[in-house]
Design a protein around this ligand. Structure first.
Ligand code: B1M
Length: 214
């Protein structure tokens, strides 16, 4: 049991309730009390995010609650970032995320991004309606290990295949793991287009993504 379990529980609960303003004060309180930044990230913030992720998966909380918790997580990690950098805590690796060409839906993508960040992975968000060649160029330019493609429309699912085909054509398919998801996407579709993983929700996406950095 950590010496800081009381303040860590307080931070975890504030995160779950999405109290973005209060959480910064509590993170500072933990730092002032001598808690290690990495310990705060792992045992307070990620703990809260994992609890919310589990509840979301079981339909015990819904999108608005997850979004406000994610916003609180963002605020708290921003406050913690300079201390983490000083303590030499490096992200475990990098991932890229985007919504594919022709598709403007980004709520699910943003949730997946937050959950993956909650696992200590740095995520470059390319946004929505991402041109296939733009995504391929990004993969070539960065050392990201995982590419996450979101599609919400039956008409834009095909663009996930386009990205995988274009990566093959560019000769860089084996450089990156491709994860696909979004409401119309299925495991069968993912297998058909040669994706490395399909996950139905943000919490599972983060779990599976983290496994690629083992
Ligand atoms: Co759109 N839309 N929409 N829409 N919209 C849907 C998707 C639709 C199902 C509604 C319906 O008809 N019942 C339908 C698609 C039908 C189909 O193709 N099967 C639809 C349509 C038709 C359209 C337009 C064409 C409407 C029109 O203009 N005629 C248009 C298309 C615009 C475009 O993209 N080019 C359009 C526009 C919009 C808005 C802009 C108004 C808005 C988007 C706002 C935004 O995202 N900023 C919108 C919305 C909000 C929806 C609904 C209502 C909600 C989507 C959402 O955010 N869900 C949606 C109906 C519905 O789903 N009930 C609908 C919440 C979100 C958390 O879930 O995105 O599924 P979701 O993400 C989940 C998982 O799928 C998964 O994790 C997330 C969290 O667990 N996941 C991944 C997502 N990406 C992942 C990636 C992964 C792994 C998991 O790994 C890489």
């Amino acid at each position: 049991m950590s010496n800081y379990s009381e303040i860590f529980s307080e931070i975890s609960e504030l995160l779950q309730k999405g109290k973005a303003r209060d959480i910064i004060g509590s993170v500072q309180k933990a730092l002032d009390a001598g808690a290690e930044p990495a310990d705060i990230l792992q045992n307070a913030l990620m703990d809260g995010m994992n609890i919310i992720g589990g509840k979301f998966k079981r339909n015990e909380v819904f999108v608005p609650e997850v979004l406000i918790a994610a916003r609180a997580m963002n605020k708290a990690t921003e406050a913690l970032k300079p201390h983490l950098a000083r303590a030499g805590v490096q992200p475990v690796g990098k991932a890229i995320i985007c919504t594919v060409k022709g598709d403007l839906h980004d709520i699910g993508k943003n949730l997946v991004k937050m959950m993956i960040e909650g696992k200590g992975i740095e995520v470059e968000d390319l946004g929505v309606d991402c041109d296939t060649q733009f995504v391929v160029d990004k993969v070539r330019e960065t050392d990201a290990k995982v590419l996450c493609l979101s599609a919400l429309l039956t008409t834009t699912m095909a663009a996930q295949k386009d990205v995988i085909d274009a990566l093959k054509e560019a000769g860089i398919r084996d450089r990156i793991k491709v994860m696909v998801g979004g409401a119309p996407v299925t495991q069968g579709f993912a297998d058909e287009i040669g994706a490395d993983a399909y996950t139905p929700d943000a919490a599972t996406a983060a779990e599976v993504c983290r496994e690629f950095y083992a």
